[in-house]
Design a protein around this ligand. Structure first.
Ligand SMILES: [Zn+2]
Ligand SMILES: [Zn+2]
Length: 158
C-alpha cells in the first residue's frame, strides 16, 4: 500500500509546484479601479486588496487592458522576443525552439510589435509570448465635454 501513499504525495507535490508556477506568472500586478500596473514588489501592491488584484504575466497584457506603468516601481513596458529570419513565428528568448535557431538567423526584438513589423506575425504556441498591444481606439460616441479643470493646488496654509 506504500505505493498508493507515495502516489498521493507525488500528486500533492505536483499540485504545490503548479501552484507556485502560477504565482510566478504574476510578473505584473494591477488593481481594479486603478490605471496603473506594478512590479510585484512595489509598495503600492502591498496595499491592493486581494480581491482587486489583477495578475499579468506580460506588460503587454496589462497595457492592452489600459493600464499604464507605475512611476514608482517602473515596471517594464515591453517583453523582448526573438524570431528566426524568414519565420512567421516569434518566441520568448528562453523558448526551447530558439535553441535550434542558428545564431546568424536569430533576430531580437524589443517587443512583439517589433517582431510583427518585421514579418514574424505569429506568437509561438510552445512558449506563448505576449501578443502585441492592442491599442483600443477610443471611439467614445458620448464624449463628455472636457472642461479644462484647473488642477492648481491653492494652498492657503500660512
Ligand atoms: Zn508601482
Ligand atoms: Zn517558442
Amino acid at each position: 500500500m506504500k505505493k498508493i501513499i507515495t502516489g498521493l504525495l507525488a500528486a500533492a507535490l505536483i499540485t504545490m509546484i503548479s501552484g507556485a508556477a502560477m504565482a510566478e506568472n504574476c510578473n505584473f500586478i494591477a488593481s481594479k479601479g486603478s490605471d496603473k500596473y506594478h512590479k510585484p514588489d512595489c509598495a503600492t501592491v502591498q496595499k491592493i486588496k486581494a480581491e482587486n488584484k489583477l495578475c499579468y504575466k506580460y506588460a503587454e497584457e496589462a497595457i492592452s487592458d489600459e493600464f499604464t506603468s507605475c512611476g514608482a516601481c517602473k515596471p517594464a513596458e515591453h517583453t523582448k522576443v526573438v524570431a528566426s529570419k524568414g519565420s512567421d513565428k516569434y518566441h520568448l528568448p528562453e523558448c526551447s525552439i530558439v535553441k535550434n535557431i542558428k545564431p546568424e538567423n536569430l533576430q531580437t526584438f524589443d517587443s512583439p510589435e517589433e517582431a510583427v513589423k518585421a514579418g514574424s506575425t505569429t506568437p509561438c504556441g510552445v512558449c506563448k509570448p505576449p501578443k502585441p498591444v492592442e491599442k483600443k481606439e477610443k471611439t467614445e460616441k458620448a464624449e463628455k465635454p472636457t472642461k479644462t479643470e484647473k488642477k492648481k493646488d491653492s494652498k492657503k496654509s500660512k
